[in-house]
Design a protein around this ligand. Structure first.
Ligand code: SP5
Ligand code: ZN
Length: 360
């Protein structure tokens, strides 16, 4: 039983310093340490050696797969936004929009993207996804990391894969960044697995604290992939993820939402996860499972509001392992820098015999 990790250091090129929270500029929480601390823990547990030689570098699959879900004008915007921002006198903190299209007007005049001045508001759902010089390059590479992980998963027997994609992706829509996300790594990869690698039925299990609005929306009227999410109720991204959102048309029943209250602890979380997994196994019968692995459900996470213990991540991993499917883990959120490594490797523990239980 093998576990492989795909990683590129290009994620470091996306390095905003600050985000705007409650009217203040604070340190940008979606930072490079998130991924680097996972690597440090992987070394402690001897999943990889000190020189990281076991890490697999992504192969370049081009823009093609990104453009199946994201529009060309959005891609062009991400490429040029920071330069244009500097040109008009924006600060080096990164791109912050100030004006937004009013929904009804925007839909009526969808052709009008507002030029350089309006594009910042047009292409985002909020202020969380700060664009800096290297954002496009890092976001592009995060997709390549995820696609490479999909290749390995399909090619190699008895292998599960962790894609250390950063920036994350599940809040990104076809032409919107949001929630620290730019390209939807999970959605692009699910489509690639189905259309190009012909794997059959794919289940996306989104266990990030936040609902994966982007991922859900892409596939809302389709019966493959299935999208299932457990997330905080009445929390970011606010307008998405109620239990009544179940898909539409052919996709009816292929979107599953289980919002849980703020403060949810291990027992209730695991019960809900178990129910979802049984439902997926029995009724959907996927050929493989893609896990949008957010670790912001942790009790000490500075963004999420669940209260899961580190031990809970061992149980989560065990439950997913119990499906007996090939698993593609794709990193999403998780901001408790001291614990993200331990929690991530705890999820993976059941997937690799050589992993020792904890670094302690
Ligand atoms: C990928 C991902 O996890 N994106 C999350 C973006 C969430 N941004 C919302 C921030 C809301 C801040 N609320 C602070 C809650 C303190 N417990
Ligand atoms: Zn999250």
């Amino acid at each position: 039983m093998g576990l492989k990790i795909v990683y590129s250091e290009k994620h470091k090129k996306h390095n905003p310093t600050r985000e705007f929270i409650l009217g203040r500029f604070e340190k940008y929480k979606e930072c490079e340490k998130r991924v680097e601390n996972i690597l440090i823990e992987a070394k402690k547990r001897r999943l990889i050696s000190a020189n990281q030689q076991e890490l697999i570098k992504p192969t370049d699959h081009g823009l093609k797969h990104i453009l199946k879900l994201h529009s060309q004008d959005y891609v062009d915007y991400l490429k040029t936004a920071y330069k244009n921002w500097l040109r008009i006198g924006g600060s080096e903190v990164g791109v912050f929009p100030a004006d937004f299209p009013v929904r009804d007007f925007a839909n009526k005049h969808r052709e009008n993207k507002g030029g350089n001045g309006g594009s910042r508001g047009y292409y985002t759902s909020g202020l969380h996804s700060v664009i800096v010089e290297g954002t496009f390059e890092a976001a592009y590479e995060a997709v390549q990391v995820a696609l490479t992980a999909a290749d390995i998963l399909v090619k190699e027997d008895n292998t599960h894969v962790l894609a250390l994609s950063r920036p994350p992706g599940h809040h990104a829509h076809g032409d919107l960044c949001g929630g620290y996300c730019f390209f939807n790594n999970a959605a692009i990869t699910a489509k690639y697995l189905i259309d190009e690698l012909k794997v059959g039925k794919v289940a996306i299990l989104d266990i990030d604290y936040h609902h994966g609005n982007g991922t859900q929306e892409f596939f809302y009227s389709q019966n493959n992939p299935l999208y299932a999410s457990i997330h905080g109720e009445n929390d970011y991204p606010y307008y998405w993820g109620s239990a009544s959102e179940k898909g539409t048309g052919q996709g009816l029943g292929y979107t599953i939402n289980r919002p849980l209250k703020k403060g949810t602890k291990d027992e209730e979380y695991l019960k809900t996860l178990k129910e979802i997994l049984e439902n997926i196994k029995l009724n959907f019968k996927p050929n493989l499972i893609l896990i949008s692995l957010g670790l912001d459900t942790f009790e000490k996470d500075p963004v999420g509001n669940f209260k899961l213990s580190s031990n809970c991540y061992l149980q989560i991993g065990k439950l997913i392992k119990g499906l007996n499917l090939k698993c593609l883990f794709l990193l999403e959120g998780g901001y408790a820098l001291e614990n993200i490594g331990e929690n991530c490797l705890n999820v993976l523990h059941a997937f690799n015999d050589t992993l020792i239980k904890s670094s302690l």
